[in-house]
Every structure is written in structure tokens, then in C-alpha cells.
Design a protein around this ligand. Structure first.
Ligand code: 5GP
Ligand code: ZN
Length: 114
């Protein structure tokens, strides 16, 4: 997708800090971190949101979330929890229309951001 900022991140046209990458997904730090380590996991195949996933893409992307979550957790012993968030549609606060899964580390002493 030509005008998609996350496709540009996948292609390297926009810089990002990569947390994890393979042939199916890229995980990179969110530019505006809710908590330190806030990571976005995106499929390399452009889909706007959850409504466009087929079974295979769902299996491939979702099955990777636990190990990426564990890798983030392993990077800092003070991470004691994690919120996983996925917004679908403008009304649901989706602002970038390339599907992404927010992994938001939670720390014992962090502030409530809700
Ligand atoms: P949404 O509101 O669609 O669920 O989340 C979009 C997320 O993308 C936001 O948390 C925002 O900070 C992040 N974001 C937007 N543009 C960029 C960018 O160019 N680079 C990175 N790393 N994150 C971005
Ligand atoms: Zn895209």
C-alpha cells in the first residue's frame, strides 16, 4: 500500500526501532509510548484491521504474540504485566489503517493510563 505508514516502516522507508521481525510480522516500538517498551506488532501483509484477516493470517499473527510478549518481558525484570490492545475502525480509536497489535508493558509502580 503506497500511502500506508506501516507498509513504509516494513519497507524501511520510515525508520523504526525493531523489537522482533520474521517473514510474517514486524514488531517495533510505538513512536508515542504509553509505557516504556510499548510495541506494535503488525502483519507484513497489508490488512486494514481485524475484519480483513483470514484464518491463516489470524493464526500466523496471533500465534506470534506470546513469544514477542515474553521477549519484551525478558528485557526488563520490572515488567510485571502487559496490556494487549487492538483497535478496529475509526469509532474504536484506530488511527493507522494497517492492522497492529499494541503490546503495552505494565510495571508494578506505573500510573493508571486508562
Ligand atoms: P491506533 O490508534 O491506530 O490503535 O494506534 C496507532 C499507533 O501508531 C499509535 O500508538 C501511534 O503512536 C503509532 N504510530 C503512528 N505513527 C507512527 C510511526 O511513524 N512510527 C511508529 N513507531 N509508531 C507510530
Ligand atoms: Zn500497510
Amino acid at each position: 500500500m503506497e500511502d500506508c505508514i506501516f507498509c513504509k516502516i516494513i519497507n524501511g522507508d520510515i525508520p523504526s526501532y525493531t523489537v522482533y521481525e520474521d517473514d510474517v510480522v514486524k514488531a517495533f516500538l510505538d513512536i508515542s509510548q504509553v509505557t516504556p517498551g510499548h510495541t506494535l506488532v503488525i502483519p507484513k501483509h497489508h490488512v486494514a484491521n481485524l475484519f480483513e484477516y483470514d484464518d491463516n493470517l489470524a493464526k500466523e499473527v496471533l500465534s506470534r504474540l506470546p513469544k514477542i510478549a515474553r521477549a519484551i518481558q525478558a528485557s526488563d525484570p520490572s515488567i510485571v504485566g502487559m496490556n494487549v490492545m487492538n483497535n478496529n475502525g475509526e469509532v474504536a480509536y484506530q488511527s493507522v489503517f494497517h492492522s497492529h497489535w499494541h503490546l503495552i508493558p505494565r510495571y508494578a509502580d506505573d500510573d493508571d493510563f486508562s
